[in-house]
Design a protein. Structure first.
Length: 351
């Protein structure tokens, strides 16, 4: 089974399923990032820009309203506002013959939008269901947004197509403040009432182009990751093959050592068995010899003791080491006494 596995994993063709799986994962990630993340990024960025633009616009408007408006020289671009004619200080003549005219917040914001239309990618519009200036009237989309504010909505947005271009439209309500009543009090508004809204329209072309650049960047990064994954698969396969082969070699060497060890054990066992057999044979021979010697000694001792003549055996120091019963009777003494004596003490005379 191991050999078959090694043959399969060593053959690049058998790595194709894993390669296809890795490629499918990479494609799935790319699709998710290209479709889901791409559009999510564009939409979230557009909404964030719209909210930031409205916050900045409302900040400027609040600053202007807090100062009661701003005065600018009356001109063709900024003529006196006819809808502020009821204000006695709308126009202030100067000593040089020029006239300063009052711009309320909406007038000022509209002038900024018109003056820097080419610089503003975001188009804004302050509108109401009851505008003082008819040109500030709401279109159908803005009317739906204003009606939603009447039901408690705090924001109204929609991704739609404007002049053939995908666009985000977003509107937030304008709440009547105390300094707003200077111009809008005559309409019956009270402080805290929602009297209109500020809408913005953001074309998504630039954001989409930026997102596409990011998409190209992480597509290249994903491609590099995919290639690294393929290299890793091939490298891992070779690493696995090398480890399995090393393990098999170790198993084979271990088996060889085991066979050699078993052979040595068998040889040693045979040697021990042979030595044990030889030892048993030698012990049997020795036992026979000892039995024969004991028998011979017994027979010799019997002959020695039964002899009619007195016999004694003396060592170099004249000690009697052995004598028979006849000698003891001739000496007239016992074996205990004679054993401890020398021969010349028993029978004096030359030896």
């Amino acid at each position: 089974m191991t050999d078959r596995f090694l043959q399969k994993i060593s053959n690049p063709r058998h790595l194709l399923p894993l390669t296809f799986f890795w490629s499918a994962c990479a494609v799935l990630v790319w699709v998710m990032m290209a479709i889901v993340a791409h559009h999510t990024y564009v939409k979230r960025t557009a909404i964030l820009e719209a909210r930031t633009f409205i916050d900045r616009t409302l900040g400027i408007r609040s600053w202007v309203a807090g100062h009661g408006g701003v005065y600018v020289p009356a001109s063709d671009r900024t003529p006196p506002n006819p809808y502020l004619a009821h204000l006695p200080d709308r126009d202030i003549p100067l000593a040089n013959g020029k006239t300063l005219t009052l711009l309320n917040p909406t007038y000022m914001l509209r002038d900024l939008q018109q003056s820097f239309a080419d610089n503003f990618r975001i188009q804004s519009h302050i509108t109401s269901l009851k505008p003082i200036r008819p040109e500030n009237g709401a279109d159908d989309w803005e009317r739906r947004a204003l009606e939603s504010f009447a039901t408690g909505a705090q924001e109204f947005s929609e991704f739609t197509t404007v002049n053939g271009e995908e666009t985000l439209r977003l509107m937030q309500p304008l709440v009547t403040q105390k300094n707003c009543l200077k111009c809008h009090g005559q309409q019956g508004y009270q402080e805290g009432d929602i009297r209109g809204g500020i809408s913005v329209a953001i074309p998504l072309a630039d954001l989409t182009a930026d997102a596409t650049k990011h998409k190209i960047s992480w597509t290249m990064a994903l491609l590099v990751l995919w290639l690294l994954g393929l290299v890793g698969i091939r490298f891992s396969a070779r690493r696995i093959v090398a480890e399995i082969e090393a393990r098999d070699r170790a198993y084979k060497e271990l088996a060889q050592h085991r066979v050699l060890l078993e052979d040595k054990i068998r040889q040693r066992t045979r040697s021990l068995e042979q030595a044990n057999t030889q030892l048993e044979q030698e012990m049997q021979e020795r036992t026979k010899i000892q039995n024969a010697l004991a028998k011979s000694h017994g027979e010799l001792q019997q002959i020695f003791n039964s002899a009619a003549d007195g016999i004694r055996i003396v060592d170099w120091d004249y000690n009697m080491v052995m004598f028979n019963d006849t000698f003891a009777r001739m000496a007239g003494s016992s074996r205990q006494i004679l054993t401890a004596r020398k021969c010349y003490e028993v029978f004096p005379g030359p030896v």
